[in-house]
Design a protein around this ligand. Structure first.
Ligand code: ATP
Length: 440
């Protein structure tokens, strides 16, 4: 049940600060004053973002016999976007404030008559539809190139490759095609840190099914996707499934639900799961002139598969996992900031910390690092006192700190400290990798 939980507005600044301080996310082009709404993922951010994507891929592709992967191009010709409806309809209502000149997305305003920038009343222009796609030109001669668009979603790559994938793999519905990659939208009002940016990453899967089974599969994927978030450590009270009202549904969809997370500003979307009918394949078949239907030999019939689409944002999801894992705890008289991240999502699984910089400890510590790094992301930190190093690892969410001390030279054992309980255990040096692997 998620209804009792309340948002924590202070968390927002805490996360933005932590991201900068510890190297998760930096504002892009910062030394040039920044470039609005783009972000760079730092040394630990890139690891965590990869882990989020890997966790998704693992459960959506690796562990499934009925889903295959794809990596389609980002640049595409206008025909694709004409067929998909994006050229005509991928728009948001844009209003200008006549007093301060700021632009807003009308459907995201708290009060449609009040400018949130200058507090003017009834100062907005009539809303006009603004297309969110980035247009560019492919070819070396300015003005003579072919018109091209940066994809605003990864989904179309899966639809236009339906036959290629089906013929090359011999998969039969029900089966899915999954893809992770960058998408671009010229958002009118980007904001809330990496929640809404103009360049972002998506994790999408198109699941093709016989028409009569579409609703069953839609329900199935709603449940699967909800479970994925909680299995990876998200607090159950902070995530909910919200079915769209009839007036929110696109004309072709017979069911859409959003997975929502309780962000510091309230409930907001992480993922959309939609029963899209045969809209996409019909459109591409008509516009391209290619046959995209499936011959069902067993029942001697041809049909256009219906599509269930779970579409998630990787960057947005990473931010939600960060917010959910963040905690400030009292330890004796002191405070510690800790990220209780699921070990699969934490940037590093382990950190090797030699107690001193003396060569007799550094050398075996580096050997241990090499051994662990062969299995999982491992950090190595020989700077500062051990207490400070523990705190730093807590702040980036490292589940296990392995300390090599002078006794280790004698007893061939190391101390492993658990991030969450802060308890320490002495483990034989030869068994460290297996011990940690066991915990994962
Ligand atoms: P919104 O209503 O928030 O604009 P949407 O419903 O248009 O999003 P979809 O087209 O369903 O979003 O995209 C699927 C997922 O991609 C979203 O749930 C979100 O996680 C992610 N996403 C979409 N737009 C952005 C963006 N501008 N920045 C970051 N992530 C995004």
């Amino acid at each position: 049940m998620s209804e009792g939980a309340t948002p924590n507005p202070e968390l927002f600044d805490q996360i933005v600060n932590l991201c900068k301080r510890r190297g998760f996310v930096f504002p892009s082009a910062e030394i040039y004053g920044g470039f609005r709404s783009t972000y760079d993922y730092g040394p630990v951010g890139v690891l965590m973002l990869r882990n989020v994507k890997d966790a998704w891929w693992r459960s959506m592709v690796q562990k499934r016999h009925d889903v295959v992967g794809l990596d389609a191009s980002i640049l595409g010709p206008p025909q694709v976007w004409e067929a998909s409806g994006h050229l005509a309809n991928f728009t948001d209502p844009l209003v200008d404030c006549k007093e301060c000149g700021q632009r807003f997305r009308e459907d995201k305003l708290d009060d449609p008559n009040l400018c949130p920038n200058c507090d003017s009343k009834n100062s907005f222009t009539e809303a006009r539809q603004f297309n969110l796609m980035f247009k560019t030109e492919a070819g070396p001669v300015a003005g003579k190139g072919a018109e091209a668009y940066l994809r605003p979603e990864t989904a179309q790559g899966m639809f236009i490759n339906f036959s290629n994938v089906q013929n090359s793999t011999r998969k039969k519905p029900p089966f899915g095609i999954a893809q992770i990659g960058k998408s671009f939208r010229n958002e009118i009002t980007p904001g809330n840190f990496v929640f809404r940016t103009r360049e972002f990453e998506q994790m999408e899967m198109e699941f093709f099914v016989p028409p009569e089974d579409a609703d069953t599969w839609y329900q199935y994927w709603c449940t699967e996707r909800m479970n994925w978030y909680t299995e990876h450590g998200m607090t159950a009270e902070h995530v909910r499934l919200r079915p769209h009202d009839a007036d929110e549904l696109s004309h072709y969809s017979s069911g859409t639900s959003d997975v929502e997370y309780l962000f510091p500003w309230g409930w907001d979307e992480l993922e959309g799961i939609a029963n899209r009918g045969d809209f996409d394949l019909t459109q591409h078949a008509e516009h391209s002139g290619s046959k995209l239907d499936f011959f069902d030999q067993a029942n001697d019939r041809r049909y256009l598969p219906h599509v269930i689409e779970p579409a998630a944002g990787a960057t947005r999801t990473m931010m939600a996992f960060l917010m959910d894992a963040y905690d400030v705890e009292k330890v004796g008289e002191e405070e510690r900031t800790v990220l209780h991240l699921h070990p699969r999502l934490a940037p590093y699984v382990a950190a090797v910390l030699p107690l001193s910089k003396k060569p007799e400890l550094m050398e075996p510590s580096k050997k241990l690092f090499a051994e662990l790094a062969d299995h999982f992301n491992t950090d190595f930190d020989e700077t500062q006192g051990i207490g400070k190093r523990y705190r730093r690892q807590d702040e980036i969410g490292t589940p296990y700190c392995v300390t090599f001390d002078f006794d280790s030279l004698e007893d061939h054992a190391v101390t492993i400290r658990n991030r969450d309980t802060m308890e320490q255990e002495r483990i034989p040096l030869t068994g460290v990798a297996a011990w940690i692997n066991d915990k994962l």
